[in-house]
Ligand binder design. Structure first.
Ligand code: FFB
Ligand code: ZN
Length: 260
Protein backbone atom coordinates (compact mmCIF):
# COMPACT_ATOMS: atom_id res chain seq x y z
CA UNK A 1 0.00 0.00 0.00
CA UNK A 2 1.17 3.50 -0.71
CA UNK A 3 1.45 4.51 2.96
CA UNK A 4 4.21 1.90 3.43
CA UNK A 5 5.98 3.29 0.41
CA UNK A 6 8.17 6.36 0.48
CA UNK A 7 8.56 6.56 -3.30
CA UNK A 8 5.11 7.38 -4.65
CA UNK A 9 4.77 6.99 -8.39
CA UNK A 10 6.11 9.87 -10.44
CA UNK A 11 5.47 9.58 -14.20
CA UNK A 12 6.80 9.81 -16.11
CA UNK A 13 19.08 -24.02 -13.63
CA UNK A 14 21.49 -26.05 -13.48
CA UNK A 15 22.26 -25.08 -17.04
CA UNK A 16 25.70 -25.59 -18.60
CA UNK A 17 26.39 -21.91 -17.99
CA UNK A 18 25.92 -22.21 -14.21
CA UNK A 19 29.58 -21.37 -13.68
CA UNK A 20 31.42 -18.84 -11.53
CA UNK A 21 33.09 -16.35 -13.85
CA UNK A 22 36.89 -16.36 -13.37
CA UNK A 23 37.87 -13.75 -10.78
CA UNK A 24 34.39 -12.26 -10.70
CA UNK A 25 33.97 -9.94 -7.75
CA UNK A 26 30.53 -8.55 -8.56
CA UNK A 27 28.39 -11.37 -9.92
CA UNK A 28 24.59 -11.56 -10.06
CA UNK A 29 22.10 -12.63 -8.86
CA UNK A 30 22.40 -12.34 -5.08
CA UNK A 31 20.29 -12.96 -2.00
CA UNK A 32 19.31 -9.53 -0.70
CA UNK A 33 19.38 -9.52 3.11
CA UNK A 34 17.20 -6.53 3.97
CA UNK A 35 18.72 -6.16 7.48
CA UNK A 36 22.19 -5.74 5.93
CA UNK A 37 21.11 -3.24 3.31
CA UNK A 38 22.02 0.39 3.88
CA UNK A 39 19.29 3.02 3.74
CA UNK A 40 20.67 5.75 1.53
CA UNK A 41 18.78 9.06 1.82
CA UNK A 42 20.59 10.33 -1.26
CA UNK A 43 18.80 7.75 -3.47
CA UNK A 44 16.35 9.86 -5.45
CA UNK A 45 13.16 8.46 -6.99
CA UNK A 46 13.51 6.45 -10.22
CA UNK A 47 12.23 8.23 -13.30
CA UNK A 48 10.81 5.61 -15.71
CA UNK A 49 9.22 6.61 -19.00
CA UNK A 50 8.40 4.10 -21.76
CA UNK A 51 6.84 4.69 -25.18
CA UNK A 52 4.69 1.69 -26.28
CA UNK A 53 5.35 2.55 -29.94
CA UNK A 54 9.04 1.60 -29.39
CA UNK A 55 8.01 -2.04 -28.90
CA UNK A 56 9.16 -4.11 -31.92
CA UNK A 57 9.09 -7.92 -31.49
CA UNK A 58 9.29 -10.97 -29.26
CA UNK A 59 12.30 -13.33 -29.77
CA UNK A 60 12.85 -16.79 -28.23
CA UNK A 61 16.66 -16.79 -27.90
CA UNK A 62 16.84 -20.24 -26.26
CA UNK A 63 17.37 -18.81 -22.75
CA UNK A 64 14.19 -16.78 -22.33
CA UNK A 65 11.87 -14.75 -24.53
CA UNK A 66 12.93 -11.17 -25.12
CA UNK A 67 10.55 -8.31 -25.91
CA UNK A 68 12.78 -5.99 -27.92
CA UNK A 69 12.53 -2.22 -28.26
CA UNK A 70 13.66 0.36 -30.78
CA UNK A 71 16.57 2.08 -29.00
CA UNK A 72 17.30 4.50 -31.83
CA UNK A 73 15.20 7.26 -30.22
CA UNK A 74 15.20 8.59 -26.67
CA UNK A 75 11.58 7.82 -25.79
CA UNK A 76 11.92 4.76 -23.51
CA UNK A 77 14.35 5.65 -20.75
CA UNK A 78 15.10 5.30 -17.05
CA UNK A 79 17.09 7.79 -14.98
CA UNK A 80 17.40 8.98 -11.37
CA UNK A 81 17.81 6.66 -8.40
CA UNK A 82 21.42 5.34 -8.42
CA UNK A 83 21.88 6.21 -12.09
CA UNK A 84 24.22 9.04 -13.11
CA UNK A 85 22.93 9.11 -16.69
CA UNK A 86 19.80 8.20 -18.61
CA UNK A 87 19.61 4.62 -19.85
CA UNK A 88 17.59 3.43 -22.88
CA UNK A 89 15.33 0.36 -22.76
CA UNK A 90 16.71 -2.36 -25.07
CA UNK A 91 14.63 -5.41 -24.08
CA UNK A 92 12.82 -7.08 -21.25
CA UNK A 93 12.62 -10.79 -20.42
CA UNK A 94 11.75 -13.12 -17.55
CA UNK A 95 13.22 -16.00 -15.51
CA UNK A 96 10.94 -18.68 -14.03
CA UNK A 97 10.84 -22.19 -12.54
CA UNK A 98 9.36 -25.57 -13.50
CA UNK A 99 7.49 -25.39 -10.17
CA UNK A 100 6.19 -22.49 -8.11
CA UNK A 101 8.87 -22.89 -5.39
CA UNK A 102 11.64 -21.58 -7.65
CA UNK A 103 12.13 -19.23 -10.57
CA UNK A 104 13.43 -15.84 -9.49
CA UNK A 105 17.15 -15.04 -9.77
CA UNK A 106 17.35 -12.62 -6.87
CA UNK A 107 15.90 -13.61 -3.51
CA UNK A 108 14.88 -11.50 -0.53
CA UNK A 109 16.08 -12.96 2.77
CA UNK A 110 16.19 -16.32 0.90
CA UNK A 111 12.56 -15.90 -0.18
CA UNK A 112 12.19 -17.11 -3.77
CA UNK A 113 9.50 -15.88 -6.14
CA UNK A 114 8.11 -18.02 -8.99
CA UNK A 115 9.37 -15.54 -11.62
CA UNK A 116 11.39 -12.35 -12.10
CA UNK A 117 11.16 -9.68 -14.80
CA UNK A 118 14.29 -7.93 -16.08
CA UNK A 119 14.02 -4.62 -17.93
CA UNK A 120 17.43 -4.14 -19.61
CA UNK A 121 18.65 -0.60 -20.31
CA UNK A 122 21.98 0.75 -21.61
CA UNK A 123 23.82 4.00 -20.88
CA UNK A 124 23.19 6.02 -24.03
CA UNK A 125 25.01 9.09 -22.71
CA UNK A 126 28.35 7.27 -22.33
CA UNK A 127 28.19 4.63 -25.09
CA UNK A 128 27.13 4.55 -28.73
CA UNK A 129 25.63 1.04 -28.80
CA UNK A 130 24.20 -1.63 -26.47
CA UNK A 131 27.00 -4.03 -27.52
CA UNK A 132 29.60 -1.51 -26.37
CA UNK A 133 27.76 -0.79 -23.11
CA UNK A 134 27.51 -4.55 -22.21
CA UNK A 135 31.28 -4.70 -21.71
CA UNK A 136 31.68 -1.40 -19.87
CA UNK A 137 31.49 -0.20 -16.27
CA UNK A 138 28.15 1.54 -15.71
CA UNK A 139 27.11 0.28 -19.14
CA UNK A 140 23.79 -1.31 -18.17
CA UNK A 141 20.94 -0.75 -15.75
CA UNK A 142 18.56 -3.66 -15.20
CA UNK A 143 15.32 -3.16 -13.27
CA UNK A 144 14.23 -6.39 -11.57
CA UNK A 145 10.58 -6.94 -10.65
CA UNK A 146 9.42 -10.02 -8.73
CA UNK A 147 6.27 -11.84 -9.85
CA UNK A 148 4.05 -13.65 -7.37
CA UNK A 149 1.07 -15.85 -8.15
CA UNK A 150 -2.34 -14.33 -7.55
CA UNK A 151 -4.77 -12.39 -9.68
CA UNK A 152 -4.34 -12.55 -13.45
CA UNK A 153 -2.28 -9.57 -14.71
CA UNK A 154 -4.41 -7.91 -17.39
CA UNK A 155 -1.52 -5.96 -18.94
CA UNK A 156 0.58 -9.14 -19.29
CA UNK A 157 -2.16 -11.04 -21.15
CA UNK A 158 -1.36 -9.38 -24.50
CA UNK A 159 2.20 -10.71 -24.15
CA UNK A 160 1.00 -14.19 -23.02
CA UNK A 161 -1.29 -14.43 -26.08
CA UNK A 162 1.72 -13.93 -28.38
CA UNK A 163 3.93 -16.65 -26.78
CA UNK A 164 2.65 -19.64 -28.83
CA UNK A 165 4.11 -17.86 -31.89
CA UNK A 166 7.62 -17.98 -30.36
CA UNK A 167 7.39 -21.52 -28.90
CA UNK A 168 10.65 -22.66 -30.52
CA UNK A 169 14.22 -21.35 -30.05
CA UNK A 170 15.15 -18.71 -32.68
CA UNK A 171 11.52 -17.85 -33.52
CA UNK A 172 10.36 -14.24 -33.51
CA UNK A 173 7.00 -12.54 -33.88
CA UNK A 174 6.09 -8.90 -34.45
CA UNK A 175 4.82 -7.33 -31.24
CA UNK A 176 3.80 -3.68 -30.94
CA UNK A 177 2.15 -1.14 -28.70
CA UNK A 178 3.00 -2.72 -25.40
CA UNK A 179 3.79 -0.45 -22.47
CA UNK A 180 6.13 -2.13 -19.96
CA UNK A 181 5.09 0.48 -17.36
CA UNK A 182 2.10 -1.79 -16.64
CA UNK A 183 4.61 -4.23 -15.03
CA UNK A 184 6.21 -1.67 -12.72
CA UNK A 185 4.79 -1.88 -9.19
CA UNK A 186 2.94 1.18 -7.92
CA UNK A 187 5.45 1.38 -5.03
CA UNK A 188 8.78 2.56 -6.46
CA UNK A 189 10.89 1.58 -3.41
CA UNK A 190 13.96 -0.47 -4.49
CA UNK A 191 17.30 -2.02 -3.54
CA UNK A 192 20.33 -1.28 -5.71
CA UNK A 193 23.80 -2.89 -6.01
CA UNK A 194 26.63 -3.26 -8.56
CA UNK A 195 26.46 -6.62 -10.40
CA UNK A 196 26.62 -8.52 -13.67
CA UNK A 197 24.61 -10.15 -16.44
CA UNK A 198 23.19 -13.42 -15.07
CA UNK A 199 23.78 -15.27 -18.39
CA UNK A 200 26.96 -15.56 -20.49
CA UNK A 201 29.14 -13.55 -20.82
CA UNK A 202 28.21 -12.44 -17.25
CA UNK A 203 30.00 -9.14 -17.74
CA UNK A 204 30.21 -6.97 -14.63
CA UNK A 205 28.57 -3.95 -16.21
CA UNK A 206 25.16 -3.83 -14.51
CA UNK A 207 23.69 -1.45 -11.97
CA UNK A 208 20.87 -3.53 -10.54
CA UNK A 209 17.65 -1.89 -9.33
CA UNK A 210 15.39 -4.47 -7.62
CA UNK A 211 11.85 -3.26 -6.87
CA UNK A 212 10.80 -4.08 -3.31
CA UNK A 213 7.17 -4.88 -4.09
CA UNK A 214 6.22 -7.77 -6.41
CA UNK A 215 3.54 -7.63 -9.11
CA UNK A 216 0.90 -10.38 -9.32
CA UNK A 217 0.10 -12.67 -12.22
CA UNK A 218 -2.05 -15.79 -12.77
CA UNK A 219 -1.29 -19.53 -12.87
CA UNK A 220 -2.37 -19.72 -16.51
CA UNK A 221 0.04 -16.93 -17.41
CA UNK A 222 2.95 -18.73 -15.72
CA UNK A 223 1.90 -21.95 -17.52
CA UNK A 224 2.21 -20.09 -20.82
CA UNK A 225 5.84 -19.20 -19.96
CA UNK A 226 6.49 -22.89 -19.14
CA UNK A 227 5.06 -23.97 -22.53
CA UNK A 228 7.91 -22.27 -24.38
CA UNK A 229 10.82 -24.49 -25.55
CA UNK A 230 14.60 -24.20 -25.13
CA UNK A 231 14.89 -26.22 -28.37
CA UNK A 232 14.42 -25.29 -32.02
CA UNK A 233 11.67 -26.76 -34.23
CA UNK A 234 12.30 -30.42 -35.14
CA UNK A 235 14.52 -31.16 -32.14
CA UNK A 236 13.58 -33.08 -28.94
CA UNK A 237 11.09 -30.94 -26.97
CA UNK A 238 12.62 -29.35 -23.87
CA UNK A 239 10.33 -26.98 -21.95
CA UNK A 240 11.86 -23.62 -21.19
CA UNK A 241 11.84 -23.73 -17.34
CA UNK A 242 14.37 -23.16 -14.53
CA UNK A 243 16.20 -20.54 -16.64
CA UNK A 244 17.62 -18.81 -13.56
CA UNK A 245 21.15 -18.63 -12.25
CA UNK A 246 22.15 -19.61 -8.68
CA UNK A 247 22.88 -16.81 -6.20
CA UNK A 248 26.44 -15.53 -6.24
CA UNK A 249 28.64 -14.39 -3.30
CA UNK A 250 28.09 -10.77 -2.21
CA UNK A 251 31.85 -10.30 -1.68
CA UNK A 252 32.82 -6.70 -1.08
CA UNK A 253 29.47 -5.11 -1.99
CA UNK A 254 26.82 -3.13 -0.18
CA UNK A 255 23.15 -3.23 -1.14
CA UNK A 256 21.56 0.18 -0.75
CA UNK A 257 17.84 0.73 -0.14
CA UNK A 258 15.48 3.64 -0.49
CA UNK A 259 14.08 4.80 2.81
CA UNK A 260 10.80 3.13 3.67
N1 FFB B 1 19.49 -11.71 -17.04
S1 FFB B 1 20.17 -10.25 -17.29
O1 FFB B 1 21.33 -10.13 -16.42
O2 FFB B 1 19.18 -9.22 -17.17
C1 FFB B 1 20.76 -10.16 -18.93
C2 FFB B 1 20.49 -9.03 -19.69
C3 FFB B 1 20.95 -8.95 -21.00
C4 FFB B 1 21.68 -9.99 -21.55
C5 FFB B 1 22.13 -9.86 -22.96
O3 FFB B 1 21.85 -8.88 -23.60
N2 FFB B 1 22.83 -10.89 -23.48
C6 FFB B 1 23.14 -10.83 -24.90
C7 FFB B 1 24.59 -10.95 -25.20
C8 FFB B 1 24.96 -11.80 -26.22
F1 FFB B 1 24.01 -12.53 -26.84
C9 FFB B 1 26.29 -11.91 -26.59
F2 FFB B 1 26.63 -12.73 -27.60
C10 FFB B 1 27.26 -11.17 -25.95
F3 FFB B 1 28.54 -11.26 -26.33
C11 FFB B 1 26.89 -10.33 -24.93
F4 FFB B 1 27.81 -9.63 -24.31
C12 FFB B 1 25.56 -10.24 -24.55
F5 FFB B 1 25.24 -9.45 -23.52
C13 FFB B 1 21.97 -11.13 -20.78
C14 FFB B 1 21.50 -11.21 -19.45
ZN1 ZN C 1 17.53 -11.66 -16.81
Amino acid sequence: NLLACSQTAKPANQQSWQTQIQGGSRQSPIDIRSSESVHDPQLTPLSISYDPSDCLQIWNNGYSFLVEFDDSKDNSVVSGGPLENHYKLKQFHFHWGAENNRGSEHTINSLVYPAELHLVHWNAEKFRTFDEAIFSENGLAVIGVFLKLGRKHDGLQKLVNALPAVKYKDSTVEFSNFNPSCMIPSCLDYWTYPGSLTTPPQTESVTWVIMKKPIEFGDDQLSAFRSLLFTPFGEKLENMVDNFRQQQPLMNRVVRATIL
